[in-house]
Design a protein around this ligand. Structure first.
Ligand code: AGP
Length: 604
């Protein structure tokens, strides 16, 4: 996701902006840039790729004395990652950086072009600077022009604007995307998308609220609300510990990442949903022409999302889908036919086994696609096409938000392929797109639910094992729930299809065997319920997760009523993640760095 920094003061603004951007690298980006106004003159630099390229370009550039500057790391949404599309965007005497999406940019751009404005980039952001300069011609001050501009743009934004007509001022506005301003007793002002770039530089920070806009000068910080009422900044002391600041007050990165799922999934959906169709610019005809089968290959959690996809692809897109554990696929001399699209799934894009299968598929002449969270990773560079999941950096070794965004991508992709194959009616596609838009709400962690699980977790610290059971897509979810628990609690846990229990595993049933039962109301409820009743009759301790009350359970974790089983899937996913987290915390384990595990498994 894009990152923003800003600086006003007498120190070396180039270094401050570049080091600030460095701290925002974790958000993911494909290009970067800065613009500095000093001694009446603007200097601006942009580079694609990593920050080192921008550092290289600014090597000779020196800042001394008072200056104002803005910087940006861009994660492309409108327009490819090119230098022209990188921020800051320029007008005739102003520069702007922006994180978010200007929804009405197309109409504003049309009007501006009709007025004779020339656009240099394909971005939505560029309209802000031109609209500002248009308003400047008829306004009494730059602030009036900025205020008018903000009232004219719609969508999500955190934006900073600097202009020659106010050489000691940075204008800001925030709506939907994060931004804060920091101060110290040296009359400096710092802006950033998150607080890490400000640590060690500022003493106090004000987190902007949606609708806030205003300006800073050396002596002033003026904020207005979206109702144009002036308000006092609400300063809080800035932590001096980088690591804890990055955790945003959560106990562990994993916990933070569970709570982040709602916003990262909103990013995953961004620009990919119309009312009646799913858009994937990444999947073109050349990739899909002549494909009769999809083979999904991955490890660990990514394998579980692939298994989920296999249900959705066959059910909705009516395309034959097979899945493979990468470490197995490598050595079993598999038959690969050219009408198969070979898809690898990986959070990191570096997992050795998965990467190797991608190489095998390429060598066999198959078309290849990677679903990945890390741009420019080895798999992204190697595959013919790539869909990025946009989960942001995942630090917890136990994957959470990466899984959530992978499943979101697959659900979207099943509808994309369904439309292509005429496998679903347009009405069905429209109604499922509406459901997709509800995922961010479904994965919001409910405080009451979290508290309930925290209390309940004390009963699940011992025993001789856990079975997580579910049917259909709730089977991969059961596998994922079990994997999460074993990774961070070191307790033995297995995922099973509910219907398989009576074929052997039920022999283990006794009060010391914990069964975590996934009982979705909208998918095979009665069948799954009977399987759980069989276990309950044999005295297994049952913890049921459902929106329908289940009286045979010893413990019950309710989820919200939803209208579709995939929304129940996401609700239950969060419950399972929080359940593992709380058990691990009670056991005193290192949640983020569990023993024996690595975040990126680059060896076989
Ligand atoms: C998930 O919690 C694990 N840490 C692990 O199973 C992981 O999903 C697996 O190693 C694959 O990694 P990848 O998605 O980066 O390829």
């Amino acid at each position: 996701m894009c990152g923003i920094v800003g600086y006003l003061g007498k120190k070396n603004s180039k270094e401050i902006l570049l080091s600030g951007l460095k701290e925002l690298e974790y958000r993911g980006y494909d290009s970067a840039g800065i613009a500095v106004l000093q001694n009446d003159k603007f200097d601006s630099f942009k580079a694609i790729g990593k920050l080192i390229n921008l550092e290289e370009k600014t090597k000779e550039f020196v800042t001394q004395g008072f200056s104002i500057g803005i910087g940006h790391t861009r994660w492309a949404t409108h327009g490819k990652p090119t230098e022209l599309n990188a921020h800051p965007h320029v007008g005739s005497e102003s520069y702007v950086v922006h994180n978010g999406i200007i929804e009405n940019y197309a109409e504003l751009k049309k009007e501006l072009i009709a007025d004779g404005v020339t656009f240099l980039s394909q971005t939505d952001t560029e309209v802000i600077v031109h609209q500002f300069e248009k308003n400047l011609k008829t306004s009494t001050s730059a602030f009036e022009a900025f205020k008018k501009t903000i009232s004219e743009i719609q969508g999500a934004y955190a934006t900073l604007l600097v202009t020659k007509s106010e050489k000691e001022t940075i204008f800001f506005a925030k709506n939907g995307s994060p931004m804060l301003v920091g101060i110290n007793d040296e009359n400096e002002k710092y802006f950033a998308s998150s607080d890490t770039p400000l640590i060690g530089k500022c003493t106090d920070v004000n987190y902007f609220e949606d609708g806030d806009y205003g300006y800073v000068t050396p002596d002033e910080l003026t904020i207005f609300t979206n109702e144009d009422v002036k308000k006092e900044p609400l300063f809080t002391k800035l932590s001096t510990n980088k690591l804890s600041a990055q955790k945003d007050g959560y106990r562990f990165f994993m916990e933070k990442e569970i709570y982040e799922q709602s916003s990262v999934i909103a990013d995953t959906l961004l620009g990919r949903l119309c009312d009646d169709e799913v858009l994937f610019d990444e999947l073109d005809d050349a990739l899909l022409e002549g494909i009769n089968e999809i083979k999904l290959c991955a490890c660990g959690t990514s394998y579980h999302s692939a298994l989920t996809a296999s249900y959705l692809f066959e059910r909705y897109a009516k395309i034959k889908t097979t899945i493979e554990v990468a470490s197995e696929f490598r050595y079993r001399q598999p038959i690969m036919t050219k009408d198969t699209l070979f898809v690898v799934i990986s959070q990191s894009g570096e997992t050795a086994d998965t990467l190797e299968t991608l190489k095998m598929a390429k060598a066999a002449g198959l078309k290849t696609l990677v679903i990945c969270n890390v741009d420019n990773s080895s798999m992204v560079r190697l595959a013919d096409a790539c869909v990025l999941t946009r989960a942001g950096v995942e630090k917890g070794v136990a994957s959470t938000k990466a899984f959530a965004t992978q499943v979101t991508v697959f659900w979207m992709m099943s509808l994309y392929l369904a439309k292509r194959n005429n496998a679903l009616s347009s009405q069905d596609i429209v109604s499922q797109i509406k459901l997709l838009r509800e995922i961010p709400k479904s994965v919001k962690v409910d405080d009451e639910m979290h508290e309930r699980i925290k209390r309940l977790s004390k009963r699940y610290l011992h025993g001789h094992g856990f079975f997580f059971i579910g049917r259909d897509v709730f089977y991969p979810l059961a596998l994922e729930g079990a994997l999460k628990l074993k990774e961070i609690s070191y307790l033995h846990a297995e995922g099973y299809p509910s219907g398989e229990m009576k074929h052997g595993p039920i022999a283990l049933a006794d009060p010391e065997l914990f069964t975590i039962a996934l009982l979705p109301q909208h998918l095979l409820y009665e069948k799954a319920k009977s399987n759980v009743e069989e276990l309950s009759a044999r005295d297994s301790t049952i913890c049921a997760i459902s929106s329908v009350n289940f009286d045979k359970a010893d413990d019950f974790i309710p989820i919200k009523k939803c209208s579709h089983y995939m929304l129940e899937f996401f609700e239950m996913m969060v419950v399972l993640q929080v359940f593992s987290l709380e058990i691990s915390i009670r056991l005193g384990n290192d949640v983020d760095m569990p023993r024996n595990l690595a975040k990126s498994v680059t060896v076989e």
